[in-house]
Ligand binder design. Structure first.
Ligand code: COA
Length: 162
């Protein structure tokens, strides 16, 4: 049986930290479905279409990665896609409480689906989509933290030509 995992998130935008988790996740799972989900507490800079576009371009070399969008309960989506697992990255201790709560809630909602955590690569421990957007907004150099395509899209969003 194919081992399939959902890698869910906002991806506003996808960063090299996400990419690191995806590459390592592919060593464990036969297929990864990167799912753009909706986190009700967040306000997004990029539309779902823009986020989809950035993910597609950044991940096009991976043949066993699919990109999708879903607006609903994560475990329902995982069941619909016949995935056995949800993949999440864990950065610092500060992520733990939120991730623990979400994993336990998802387990209560559907006991068939396991949450698998990978520690984020050391290089990306302090990376987040928000901090990259904030730095870029005020002219900080974010090269090397996102793919060249995403870098371009962020610059366009903030109206920078350099
Ligand atoms: N390296 C660097 N940064 C990382 C990272 C990594 N490996 N993994 C996560 N991050 C960052 C992201 O950039 C993001 O940063 P930001 O907050 O500055 O934008 C942050 O960590 C967490 O974001 P993300 O992983 O995208 O998750 P999220 O918290 O935005 O979304 C959902 C969580 C979408 C999975 C969750 O809300 C969900 O499941 N929604 C569907 C509804 C549902 O089922 N709810 C019940 C769940 S119990």
């Amino acid at each position: 049986m194919q081992k399939v995992a959902i890698y869910p998130g906002s991806f506003d935008p996808v960063t090299n930290g996400h990419l690191d988790i995806i590459e390592r996740g592919l060593n464990i799972f036969d297929k990864l479905i990167v799912a753009i989900m909706h986190n009700p507490v967040k306000e997004y800079l990029f539309t779902v279409e823009e986020r989809f576009d950035m993910l597609s371009t950044t991940l096009k070399k991976f043949k066993t990665v699919e990109i999708d969008t879903f607006d609903g309960l994560l475990v329902d989506y995982a069941a619909k896609r016949k995935a056995q697992a949800i993949l999440r990255g864990m950065r610092a201790v500060s992520d733990f409480e939120y991730e623990f709560q979400m994993a336990l809630m998802n387990r209560r909602l559907n006991r068939e689906i396991q949450t698998v955590f990978l520690m984020t690569g050391l290089r990306w421990i302090f990376t987040s989509s928000s901090i990259i957007k904030e730095a870029a907004q005020f002219g900080g150099n974010i090269e090397g933290m996102v793919s060249p395509f995403v870098y371009q899209k962020i610059k366009e969003k903030f109206g920078r030509k350099d």
